[in-house]
Structures are given as structure tokens and as C-alpha cells.
Design a protein around this ligand. Structure first.
Ligand code: ADP
Ligand code: 5GP
Length: 226
């Protein structure tokens, strides 16, 4: 698949409840040049979610037809529902040298990395501990007890996928987590545009490289604080 050297696909993943949506929404608000890739899903909309903005909410039949038509850059089952990234969205963004943000799970991230290796930059959001992750999921009050239990069971497996990612953001205190995500975006955006980013962004982005943060991710996986 051909890609423009200027296109940037910022792929952001995390275990459910780590704060990915909160951080991504703020980045998108503060950076109007960054476009959100609106995924397709067969799950029902949550209160407050808008069709075509948060997701394209589609029926099982429609999703199946789209899979058969090759309309997805990647798609997967996540928590018992199907989710997919539109191939046209990604192709058009790259052809136009745009920057897009994809909020997708680790399986989708792997597929995007494989298909668009030159343009994809993968960021994983870490919670400070599994206990805090659970507290955030409960505090959000959007999911049933069953859904929360399923998501917690999956969290450890999702965390174990961290070696695939380029960057690890620690979302302990919201401002610090956001600064890290923004610095990574600023650094990668600058690289895609063939220029240097401000030195403080480059330095903070460097601190978030997986190679710098592996110990922290390992601690989380062992059930300790990051
Ligand atoms: P995700 O998209 O990863 O599932 P959300 O962004 O929905 O997670 O965040 C889960 C909950 O945790 C929300 O209620 C959010 O307000 C809260 N939250 C996110 N980041 C932080 C943080 N750094 N400190 C405290 N609460 C947070
Ligand atoms: P939620 O239902 O909480 O919005 O999302 C559940 C999970 O699905 C999250 O991990 C989110 O990143 C992932 N997801 C959302 N859209 C896509 C997509 O298009 N493809 C894949 N593979 N995962 C997605």
C-alpha cells in the first residue's frame, strides 16, 4: 500500500478505563489539524455518544457487508462486539498528508502497523496500577458490572502487548499524562513534516519511548504500582 511520507497515523490504545478517551479528546480539541478516525462498531451507543462523531453505529448485517466489500483497513472483535477502521478514511488521510488519530485496540494497532509501517506511530496508555484502573472503570459509571469484570480480566493481557508500541504514556495525574501524549504528537508531527520539534517536546517524547519505559510496564504486569 503506498503512503505519503507526510501522513501520520497516531494509533492510541489502552486497557479500558486507563484514560485514553479523555486524553485523546483533549488532544483533538487543542489540535484542530488532527482528525479523529471515526470507527464503525456494532455496539450500541452509550448515553451522550453521537453517530458519525464518536462512532458510526451500524447493524451486524451492515458490518458484515462492509467486511465482505473490503471496506476496512482493520477490524476486530473487542469485548464481544465488532469494531473497524474505514480503509478509505486512512487512505485519503495519507494521500493528503494529513494527521489522523486512531483509538483502536492492540489487534487493530498490529494490523495498522503492518499495513502502514511508514506512517503509523503506536502509543499505549498505561494506568498507574490495576487497582486504579478498576476504580476508574467503576467511577465512569457507563458499564454494567458484567462488562467491568470482562474488561478487567482482559486488562492484563492487553498490557502484555506493550512491546509492540513505540511509546508508553503513564496516565497517573491527568495533566502529566496529557503532556506526554501531546509531546509525542508534537515530536511525531514535526518528524512527518521534516522538521525538528521544540527541544522540550523531543525530550519528553524520548522519555516515553518503550525502551525507556519497559520496567514500568513490567511492574504493572506484576500487579505493582507503575
Ligand atoms: P478509556 O477511554 O481508556 O476507557 P476514559 O478516558 O473513559 O478511559 O477514562 C476512564 C475514567 O477515568 C473516566 O471517568 C475519566 O474521567 C477518568 N480518568 C481518566 N484519566 C484520569 C486521570 N489521570 N486521573 C483520574 N481519573 C482519570
Ligand atoms: P469502547 O466500546 O469502550 O468505545 O471501545 C472498546 C475498545 O474498542 C477500545 O479498546 C477501543 O480502542 C477499541 N476500538 C474502537 N474502535 C476500533 C476499531 O476501529 N478497531 C479496533 N480494532 N478497535 C477499536
Amino acid at each position: 500500500m503506498s503512503t505519503s511520507p507526510c501522513g501520520l497515523l497516531m494509533v492510541v490504545s489502552s486497557p479500558s478505563g486507563a484514560g485514553k478517551t479523555t486524553l485523546c479528546r483533549r488532544l483533538l480539541t487543542e489540535h484542530p489539524e488532527l482528525t479523529f478516525s471515526v470507527s464503525y462498531t456494532t455496539r450500541p451507543a452509550r448515553p451522550g455518544e453521537r453517530d458519525g462523531i464518536d462512532y458510526h453505529f451500524v447493524s451486524d448485517d451492515t458490518f458484515t457487508q462492509m467486511v465482505e466489500a473490503g471496506a476496512f483497513a482493520e477490524w476486530n472483535w473487542v469485548h464481544g462486539r465488532r469494531y473497524g477502521t474505514g480503509l478509505l478514511t486512512v487512505r485519503q488521510a495519507l494521500a493528503a498528508g494529513q494527521r489522523i488519530l486512531l483509538d483502536i485496540d492492540y489487534q487493530g494497532a498490529a494490523r495498522i502497523l503492518e499495513a502502514f509501517a511508514d506512517s503509523a506511530r503506536l502509543v499505549f496508555i498505561l494506568p498507574p496500577s490495576l487497582a486504579v484502573l478498576e476504580a476508574r472503570l467503576r467511577g465512569r459509571q457507563t458499564d454494567s458490572e458484567d462488562v467491568i469484570t470482562t474488561r478487567l480480566h482482559k486488562a492484563r493481557h492487553e498490557l502484555s502487548q506493550y512491546p509492540m508500541y513505540h511509546y508508553l504514556v503513564l496516565n497517573r495525574e491527568l495533566e502529566a499524562g496529557y503532556r506526554e501524549l501531546r509531546a509525542i504528537y508534537q515530536a511525531e508531527r514535526a518528524h512527518a513534516e521534516g522538521r525538528s520539534a521544540p527541544a522540550d517536546d523531543e525530550a519528553l517524547a524520548h522519555d516515553c519511548l518503550k525502551s525507556e519505559r519497559a520496567t514500568l510496564a513490567q511492574r504493572l504486569l506484576q500487579g505493582d504500582e507503575a
